[in-house]
Write a protein that binds this ligand. Structure first.
Ligand code: NOJ
Length: 757
């Protein structure tokens, strides 16, 4: 028995007899769930379908003790979780344990780089490891369910939640989705694992105007080819749960969308787990102008395929479903079908046997040295070097005796960890300034000036959980003075490290922006610091691409580190001094400015060839940096592209014999480094127009100086099929294909092959 105190052990032993009813059934989780279900009243069943937030000031003891809630979210304290669990295990008739869920998005105590950053590593194994550690820390405090991975494709960086996903591409997104599910759940959902709920199903990232929560219109071709693949990957990797999205999808709210939750999820993909709504998204079916009232909302959500309702202060399921069953609007069989996979998940997690967090163990798990080392490595591997003129980076040790570190973000812990972090500890967090000070060593002065304040968003509900007080706003005179001080510091230094970007709460939920400009005051600081003539390294902390078109012409070195997490500062210091070598690549197209968005590389060409196209009258339509782009301190050569057969039949691909593409990658420098070798394809003709390029393979390769490796990609049915807009089904067509291999979506090494009938 895994119990945290002898008193608790005794309490559980004393309740052993009634407990036996819930545990009596032996066998696999499905058998046990059915046996338990057979003993449950309608009210008890509905209780399992209800989940409640526990925010400061909210009272849920009574509904827990009455069996009216099957799951709680936002309980981070193990003693508090155990207290709630005791209510469920001791006061309710059938002693069904609560399932604690939480937004474990990029770490629990040890914060890993934001998901967009992790995607920039192009290293699924890294994402897997990070979520394995996040699961271990969360499970230690009793949280056995993560509301992750977030796999929404996002092609409009105004949308604040772009930071939570893997960017614009379905292939990279699917790889990251799979890896995260494996990391959280493991093979067997052991005691250090948590179940996942891939979210937000589906299409949330296509919000009109990038405005969070806004309705989306997505044609079925885009749904199948772009938005759904990462969800399918997560489901096929075994994600136990799926979270329905908030918004309307083609005028039908995702939470009430039977096509999504039933036809696609359970029908086409064979999903056997459970669907949770997003917060209050069942009740809000009414405000969408969809459901007539709460009862109608609950019936329609259940009918569409929602199993569990997540609610703030009450749920429509809890308030109305029993009456709807009595009125014949819902059958009890429907309720049973909704409850079964939830009970199964609780059995699979071992909650009936081990419902409690083992409090004595918590301290040794949270923030363990091994977790921190992994977070540092993840931050190093997630950074993307955007520019390095004259090889300013890595900074030559010994040459820079005076380093000026500028910008408030350099010294801000919350902005180092990023959005969607709650249990993080300021004391565990290393800022860029602290990292550089640790690293610089004797004889090197690292001086700091904030220069400009970062704007914070208006207060939100998450402020209740904020650990650092908001700084008071500077007066106009103070702002002028701080700016002058920062510029003077730069002028007197050997090198200026300027840390600019976005405050943590400018990204994430409820944090869309109508501009990609650097936040107020930052551009002025940048220009003044560059005007000193000192070498400038621009380090960017942000959750979306920003308009850095000025910097991209005039600042010699630009390193994108996103929100790098607890050990972000150490990672940045290692990268700037060359103890780590940047190898990340952009998981999105970096626009020149906001006027270009939405923008993505896998576009259809239409009408004119790329050379003759002039999409804008006033400026180029090419982005600032292409998808897949990123530099390194090493140099690489990619050569010898070979396609194993010039032609293959559609049938042979369907029979599992892929086309094999190989290329050599060589480190042509004297520095060990990583290159991400990427493969893109284009179908030249078909029943529908196809994008100019689509990523269909990648591998991050580490190479010692002069080392050469051959990378191998398989192009099979899954890579070459697509959902055709004219056939309205998946097709694999006998056509000619172009293939490119290189180190970004602008790869030029090309070949081709043909599929025959
Ligand atoms: C709303 C968000 O959309 C979702 O991503 C999150 O998991 C839930 N709230 C719970 O915090």
């Amino acid at each position: 028995m895994n119990l945290e105190t002898p008193a608790l052990a005794l309490a559980v032993l004393l309740t052993a007899a009634p407990l036996a009813s819930a545990q009596a059934a032996k066998g696999d989780p499905a058998t046990r769930a059915s046996a338990l279900l057979a003993q449950m009243t309608l009210e008890e069943k509905i209780g399992q379908l209800c989940q409640s937030f526990v925010f400061p000031g909210m009272q849920v003891d009574e509904p827990v003790a009455k069996g009216q809630l099957g799951s709680l979210l936002f309980v981070m304290n193990p003693a508090e979780a155990n207290r709630f669990q005791r209510l469920a295990m001791e006061k309710t008739r059938l002693k069904i344990p609560l399932l604690f869920g939480f937004d474990v998005i990029h770490g629990f105590r040890t914060i890993f780089p934001a998901p967009l950053a992790t995607a920039a590593s192009w290293d699924p194994a890294l994402a897997e490891k990070g979520q394995e550690i996040a699961a271990r820390e969360a499970a230690a405090v009793g949280i056995r369910w993560s509301f992750a991975p977030m796999v929404d494709i996002a092609r409009d960086p105004r949308w604040g939640r772009i930071v939570e996903g893997a960017g614009e591409d379905p292939y990279l997104g699917a790889a990251m989705a799979r890896a995260q599910v494996r990391g959280f759940q493991g093979k067997d959902l052991g005691p250090e694992r948590v179940i996942t709920s891939v979210k937000h199903f589906a299409g949330y990232g296509a919000a009109e105007g990038g405005r969070d929560y806004d309705a989306v219109q997505i044609p079925d071709t885009q749904m199948w080819n772009v938005y759904l693949p990462p969800f399918e990957a997560a489901v096929k990797a075994g994600s136990t749960a799926v979270m329905a999205a908030y918004m309307d999808l083609n005028d039908v709210p995702a939470t009430g969308n039977r096509w999504l939750l039933h036809d696609v999820l359970r029908g086409a993909w064979g999903f056997k787990g459970f669907v949770v709504s997003d917060a209050d998204s069942v009740k809000s079916l009414e405000s969408h102008g969809y459901a007539r009232d709460a009862a109608d909302a609950a019936v329609r959500a259940l009918h569409a395929g929602v199993n569990m309702e997540m609610g703030f202060g009450g749920t429509a399921f809890g308030a109305t479903l029993a009456a709807s069953v009595k009125a014949g609007r819902v059958t009890e069989a429907q309720i049973d079908a909704a409850v079964r996979p939830i009970l199964e998940a609780k059995y699979r997690l071992g909650l009936f046997e081990n419902p409690y967090a083992y409090e004595a163990k918590v301290a040794s798990v949270l923030g363990a040295a091994e977790h921190r080392a992994a977070a540092r490595r993840a931050a190093e591997r997630s950074a993307v070097l955007l520019r390095n003129e004259g090889s300013l980076l890595p900074l030559a040790r010994g040459a820079a005796k005076k380093i000026a570190v500028l910008g408030t973000l350099a010294d801000s812990k919350i902005d180092t960890v990023g959005s969607w972090v709650f249990d993080w500890q300021p004391a565990d967090t290393v800022t860029v300034l602290a990292g550089l000070r640790q690293k610089a060593g004797a004889g090197v002065a690292v001086d700091y000036a904030p220069g400009v304040q970062v704007l914070r968003s208006s207060p939100s509900i998450f402020d209740l959980l904020r650990k650092e007080p908001r700084a008071a706003a500077w007066s106009e005179a103070q702002a002028k003075d701080e700016l002058a001080k920062a510029v003077a510091l730069a002028a007197g230094s050997d090198v200026a490290v300027l840390v600019l970007g976005e405050a943590q709460d400018m990204s994430g939920e409820y944090a869309s922006r109508s501009t990609l400009a650097l936040p107020p005051g930052q551009q002025e600081l940048l220009e003044k610091v560059v005007a000193t003539g000192k070498p400038v390294v621009l380090v960017l902390l942000n959750g979306r691409p920003l308009d850095i078109s000025w910097a991209a012409q005039r600042v010699p070195a630009i390193l994108e580190v996103w929100y790098p997490g607890s050990l972000g500062g150490e990672a940045v210091a290692n990268l700037l001094f060359g103890d780590a070598n940047p190898g990340g690549k952009l998981p999105l197209t970096w626009p020149l400015n906001v006027g270009q968005v939405p923008i993505y590389y896998a576009r259809n060409l239409t009408q004119k060839t790329e050379e003759h196209a002039k999409r804008y009258w006033n400026e180029p339509h090419a982005p600032l940096y292409p998808f897949g782009y990123g530099l390194s301190y090493s140099t690489f050569a990619i050569s010898n592209l070979k396609v194993d057969k010039a032609s293959a039949s559609v049938g042979s691909l369907q029979a599992g014999q892929p086309i094999t593409v190989t290329a050599d990658v060589e480190n042509t420098s004297a520095v060990t480094g990583d290159e991400v070798v990427q493969l893109y394809v284009h179908q030249r003709a078909g029943s529908a127009s196809r994008p100019i390029r689509e990523l269909k393979g990648f591998e991050r390769v580490s190479l010692a100086p002069r080392e050469k490796k051959t990378v191998r990609f398989a192009l099979g049915q899954d890579e070459l099929r697509y959902w055709s807009g004219s056939e309205r089904k998946w097709v694999l067509e006998a056509e000619a294909f172009d293939v490119w291999v290189g180190n970004s979506s602008a790869a030029s090494l090309a070949s081709s092959f043909t599929l025959t009938k």
